[in-house]
Design a protein around this ligand. Structure first.
Ligand SMILES: [Zn+2]
Ligand SMILES: [Zn+2]
Length: 164
């Protein structure tokens, strides 16, 4: 088993049910959805509790992300905080998370929660006007003046007729 910051030795808790211990570490993982992705190390802080048949984890993680506006494609950075609660039993759960000998790997549960928190259709602001479908101008900052070629084409009049 190769070592990562997310891999925690919980041998002490397994032999002392009822005891709790605080944990704090920083680790990196890749997580992304269509228009948002984790950009840097995630800072994790919380506690572990020993149970008779496993370990219960409650942590909060600071997750730095980059986001692309769904309408105008502007990028920006932000950070959000997630809370992760996970029981690591002696037997792995349906996600495969459990105690392995005297180790728990906290990366999966933390990454799962981070992915859920990533916005699926982010907008830079609620009234973002997006970009012009014809010329790509950012309509928030450089209003498109319209497209003469289209208006003066022989079909422009026909288009007006058809749209009535
Ligand atoms: Zn936007
Ligand atoms: Zn345009």
């Amino acid at each position: 088993m190769h070592s990562t910051p997310f891999l925690l030795d919980v041998g002490d808790l397994l032999t002392h049910p009822g005891e709790t211990r605080s944990v704090e570490f920083t680790g990196a993982f890749d997580a992304e959805v269509a228009q948002a992705w984790v950009t840097g190390p995630v800072h994790v802080r919380g506690r572990l509790e020993g149970l008779t048949d496993g370990v219960y984890m409650v942590v909060r993680a600071q997750v730095p992300v980059a986001v692309t506006c769904n309408r105008c494609l502007t990028n920006w950075d932000e950070a959000f905080e997630i809370e992760v609660r996970q029981l690591f039993g002696r037997e792995p759960d349906e996600d495969g998370y459990g105690v392995d000998e005297h180790w728990i790997d906290t990366e999966g549960p933390i990454r799962d929660e981070a992915v859920l928190a990533l916005p699926l259709a982010p907008v830079c602001r609620v009234d973002c006007r997006g970009i012009c479908a014809s010329c790509g101008a950012d309509l928030n900052t450089a209003p498109c003046q319209g497209h003469e070629e289209a208006e003066s084409s022989p079909f422009a009049g026909l288009k007006d007729l058809l749209s009535d």
